[in-house]
Design a binder for this molecule. Structure first.
Ligand SMILES: O=C(O)CCC(=O)C(=O)O
Ligand SMILES: [Fe+2]
Length: 288
């Protein structure tokens, strides 16, 4: 077994998810199931993805990182745009929430931590790419985003929003005692249609029956189309923080987040962000 396979076997539950055998029949069959979930639900949960022997280390490394998160409570709308701009009266962009989750940036996460090893592993990236039916997925070139730990303390929530990134991959490293539930409405918008009235109804609680709920455990991996699904994490209750590793990949290389968003999420901006802003191009016309 090569050293990269040994690493994979020690971190991932390879009996169930044969990442070490790309293009094998077993690999294809697991991926076919995930693609079916993504097509029907916009989301797939890979239960027990992490090898059971690693769960204590996974949680403990998250606890070690959490104090390094950028803690701030901000007023946001679903699009993470300025809610005071000129939106029409019933536009969901006018509705605001308190965003209280905190991110640990990539440059604070040691490269030998489990989540770093996974994020950068060639077999993991190839597997995730195939799940989302793209040829290649790249790590962000962003020194802060790309790999983050999302920390939700007691009474904090990550309110309704869309992601900037099309593909979202997350791993629960510590569940809350109560609350902290992931909720979503898949494919509520598409690159050609915002579907604002449905968004408005979900975020104002008029249509609770259309919202899906996930029951995640430590070590479950979640694949998700977060640019088109409206989603949130409900308020955490009880003393234990909720932690998730967020792995962001893109189908094109060299992606770096914009200056404003970087400042909002991490409370700091690096020279790479300013440099990238000069060459920024939009890939769709969605609000954001
Ligand atoms: O922590 C989670 O489960 C979801 C995080 C999320 O939606 C995000 O980081 O955009
Ligand atoms: Fe999100």
């Amino acid at each position: 077994m090569s050293s990269t396979d040994t690493l994979l076997h020690s971190v991932v539950n390879c009996d169930r998810y044969p990442l070490h055998q790309p293009d094998s029949l077993a690999w294809d069959s697991v991926i076919a199931g995930i693609q079916r979930d993504l097509a029907t639900d916009g989301c797939s949960v890979l239960k027990d993805f992490i090898h059971p022997t690693q769960l204590p280390a996974l949680a403990q490394q998250g606890q070690q990182l959490a104090p390094d998160a950028y803690y701030t409570v901000s007023t946001v709308n679903v699009y993470n745009t300025d809610p005071n701009q000129d939106y029409p009266p019933d536009h969901p962009g006018r509705i605001t929430f308190e965003r209280g989750n905190a991110f640990v940036a990539r440059d604070r996460i040691p490269t030998d931590y489990l989540i770093s090893q996974l994020y950068t592993h060639a077999h993991f990236k190839a597997f995730i790419a195939r799940c989302f039916a793209v040829d290649t997925l790249y790590e962000l070139a962003d020194p802060l985003a790309g790999l983050c730990l999302n920390v939700l303390q007691t009474d904090r929530e990550h309110p309704w929003h869309f992601d900037t990134n099309e593909f979202t991959v997350s791993l629960l490293t510590q569940a809350a005692d109560h609350g902290g539930e992931f909720q979503f409405f898949p494919d509520i918008r598409s690159p050609d249609a915002e579907n604002q009235s449905a968004v408005h109804d979900v975020i104002t609680g008029k249509t609770p029956e259309v919202v899906k709920h996930l029951n995640l455990a430590c070590g479950d991996l979640q694949l998700f189309k977060g640019r088109y699904a409206l989603h949130r994490v409900s308020p955490v209750k009880g003393a234990q923080e909720r932690h998730t590793a967020i792995f962001a990949y893109t189908p094109v290389p060299d992606v770096i987040s914009n200056v404003e968003r970087t400042r909002q999420l991490f409370g700091r901006v690096l020279p790479e962000h300013y440099a990238a802003e000069k060459n920024a191009q939009r890939r769709d016309q969605l609000i954001d």
